[in-house]
Design a binder for this molecule. Structure first.
Ligand code: FMN
Length: 216
């Protein structure tokens, strides 16, 4: 096995090793409102849920790097979330993945990404920020906390206020997501992605404490 110590690596070397090892990652296509009311959208894969009561999740937002068109600036998504305290996380599946990824391009601030890539916006209920109409699931979110943990990166903790589900994705009687019908895309290292169409079910056995024998 190759052993690599993190201590002498550059930031980008660490980035490639870390992001190449954590996958597949879910993709949040975040919509947020700019000061002028324009709807911004950007994909984030440093994203996952953190708890359910309160229903919290986290997104790590990098600041624009030296190689970018806006070195040192904070991303529009982060600025908008801090400014307005609300945003929408739109889940990414087969139907919108290409357009969601295009939203990660360096569009100038006066361009609304959903419009530019052909995604339809529709009103939300509990937040002013529109959601993506084609998204399979959308969370209406309030900012919980921002943790600026380095000069380069901030973690946005969001709280889910309400959720939208595409027709057929929610079992309304049991209040469960129909997981078989939900086909999110996953991000691997770099520009590599995976589908979630090949499924398996693996159950965790529970043991009878007294004997150490798995329960039937
Ligand atoms: C699939 C995908 C995932 C991404 N994940 C992240 C991420 O987790 N954190 C981040 O800072 N940027 C991420 N990016 C880059 C941002 O989407 C990109 O910088 C975007 O232009 C930011 O837009 P904004 O300035 O409108 O917020 C990702 C890009 C793609 C295509």
């Amino acid at each position: 096995m190759a052993h690599v110590s993190m201590s002498h690596l550059t930031r980008m070397q660490k980035y490639w090793l870390v992001t190449g090892s954590v996958g597949p990652r879910p993709i949040a296509l975040v919509t947020s409102l700019a000061q002028d009311g324009l709807c911004n959208a950007a994909p984030f894969s440093a994203f996952n849920y953190m708890g359910e009561d309160p229903p919290l999740f986290a997104i790590a937002v990098d600041h624009y790097g030296e190689e970018s068109h806006r070195p040192g600036e904070r991303k529009d998504t982060l600025c908008n979330i801090v400014e307005h305290g609300e945003f929408v996380v739109n889940m990414v599946d087969e139907t919108i993945v290409e357009r969601a990824i295009l939203c990660g391009s360096d569009f100038p601030a006066h361009i609304s990404e959903p419009e530019a890539v052909g995604l339809e916006l529709t009103s939300s209920t509990t937040v002013k920020v529109p959601r993506i109409a084609e998204a399979p699931i959308a969370w209406e979110c309030k900012l919980f906390k921002v943790l600026d943990f380095s000069a380069q990166r901030s973690i946005v903790f969001g709280e889910i206020a309400a959720m939208y589900f595409r027709e057929g994705l929610l079992d309304e009687e049991r209040l469960r997501v129909r997981v078989d019908e939900f086909q999110p895309y996953g991000r691997l290292g770099g520009p590599n992605y995976c589908r979630t169409t090949d499924r398996v079910t693996l159950k965790v056995p529970t043991y009878l404490a007294s004997t150490g024998v798995p329960r039937e």
